[in-house]
Design a protein around this ligand. Sequence first.
Ligand SMILES: Nc1ncnc2c1ncn2[C@@H]1O[C@H](COP(=O)(O)OP(=O)(O)OP(=O)(O)O)[C@@H](O)[C@H]1O
Ligand SMILES: [Mg+2]
Length: 386
Amino acid sequence: MPWKQGDSPGFGLFSVRGLFWVRAAAGEAAGRGIRPVSPEQGVSRKQADLPRFGLFSVLRLFWACGSGRPAGLPARGGVASRLGSVMTKAGDSVSASTKGTAKNADEVILGPTGRPYQGFPTPPALDSHGPARIIALCNQKGGVGKTTTTINLAASLAGYGRRVLAIDFDPQGALSAGLGIQTHDMLTIYDLLLDTKRDPRDAIVPTRVEGLDLIPANIDLSAAEVHLVNEVARETILARVLRKVAADYDVVLVDCQPSLGLLTVNALTAAHGVLIPLECEFFALRGVALLIETIDKVRDRLNPAIELDGVLATMYDPRTLHSREVLERVVEAFGDDVLETVIGRTVKFPDASVSGMPITEFAPEHAAAQAYMRLARELVARGAVA
Ligand SMILES: Nc1ncnc2c1ncn2[C@@H]1O[C@H](COP(=O)(O)OP(=O)(O)OP(=O)(O)O)[C@@H](O)[C@H]1O
Ligand SMILES: [Mg+2]
């Protein structure tokens, strides 16, 4: 990166210094691309040096020429200010600095997040189970992979011998359907929220995956916010429900609905950690500042212990420059909070959902199934799961 802050050329397109900036920007844009690879495979530094020249690069050139201001300056400050910076610069490209140096180039294998690729060890077997760590999968943006991640992460953790309870906390009931559970005439999470004296075990159903249980939901849950609004300590109702079953499980995954309403606040209040799935597309970071703000408020007022367990990039398509640039933006905003495991875009997920199975059962050898197994290993390695 040849530029430093304050090095602004201060000239337009036709000045000598302006042309220098054009050349420099073109040189960097041509040299910073990442070769499309499977997110499971990673990419070597040598491979990464293939030329790429996309729309964002052109916009960057335009910016460098027009304003005389070099793009891609490192963002500073906390997540909120980094997010602000990232969102306002959403159209320009990103420095190659996160990809490491060219020294020992042939030896460095980079994952899609630009960090050295690692496989994460198989989690050791547990001698005993519980108490569970509760993780809320949360993003108020719809269709980003919350439910898909809950299903497949839960199945993967169960595959590693963890006892997992999945909570469908969305009136759409997609988690229940995705695990092949019909929810008509069943006790659901709604019944437990309305009557906290009821034993939650009455609502727990086993799934086809050994070690994975579910508390289902259906459209009844859409009435919960209205019914709970006058309750005393209405934000802590889910926490009180889950406390009764925490000892039976190693991890509880709560699949939130796409909103920041009372149900989501309940999930965040009950949770030890929050996992944010983020789709690798242009508007991915919009609204995340609000989500982080909500998590901060919950930490201040209701649940001081809540942690950000990670940001999970989903629906990543390494063949598109767009996907790669969005992922670079996400890494720039969240740094090491971005999980190294990245979930690629594949039609296998809709196929698996139709069959009511996790992809780890539907197509266990598929790269997407392997990615969720790796995610489970990564979360154990990070200490987010026992
Ligand atoms: N990695 C992926 N590649 C391709 N399709 C995917 C992927 N992950 C999820 N999908 C599909 O995208 C759609 C939305 O996914 P999902 O339901 O998991 O998102 P969500 O965040 O839970 O949505 P909502 O906010 O509506 O609850 C589904 O049809 C799902 O099969
Ligand atoms: Mg969902």
